[in-house]
Design a protein around this ligand. Structure first.
Ligand SMILES: [Cu+2]
Length: 142
């Protein structure tokens, strides 16, 4: 019995550690970067999102983010990171962004969906002017 409890506890810890965050949004063409770069807008800051295409599972995908203030000037942000997930939980996929040549970049390798799903969601999180922002975009894998 003790062994089983130990095993169950271990399994539970494993599941919790592996579980990612899902952030599914209804389809919105304005945030679909499958074919083209998009600009995610909000009152204070705009974010241009670029991706190397086509996006394929288990292959490197390069994401670039440019942050623009109200006047369209490029600005720096704090602690930018991007999370990825599908409708089903594909695990913890969190990547901090690196500032390079006036852009925030990250190279990502995403797993292959065992259920045959193609649609991925990205959640960009950063701080700007003492506020935390999060923006969700989506794309389909090839
Ligand atoms: Cu999946």
């Amino acid at each position: 019995m003790k062994k089983i409890i130990f095993l169950m506890t271990f399994l539970l810890f494993y599941i919790v550690a592996y579980a990612g965050e899902t952030f599914v949004i209804p389809y919105d063409e304005n945030v679909d970067i499958t074919e083209t770069d998009k600009i995610l807008t909000s009152e204070e800051i705009k974010v241009k999102v670029s991706m190397s295409r086509p996006a394929e599972p288990l292959k490197n995908i390069k994401f670039k983010f440019t942050f623009l203030d109200k006047n369209g000037n490029e600005v720096k942000v704090l602690n930018p990171l991007v999370k990825f997930n599908m409708k089903m939980d594909m695990g913890k996929l969190v990547f901090p962004l690196t500032y390079k040549d006036n852009k925030y970049v990250v190279d990502v390798i995403l797993p292959k969906c065992m259920m045959g799903g193609k649609r991925w969601y990205g959640k960009l999180i950063f701080r700007y002017n003492y506020k935390e922002y999060s923006k969700v975009f989506l794309f389909d894998m090839k």
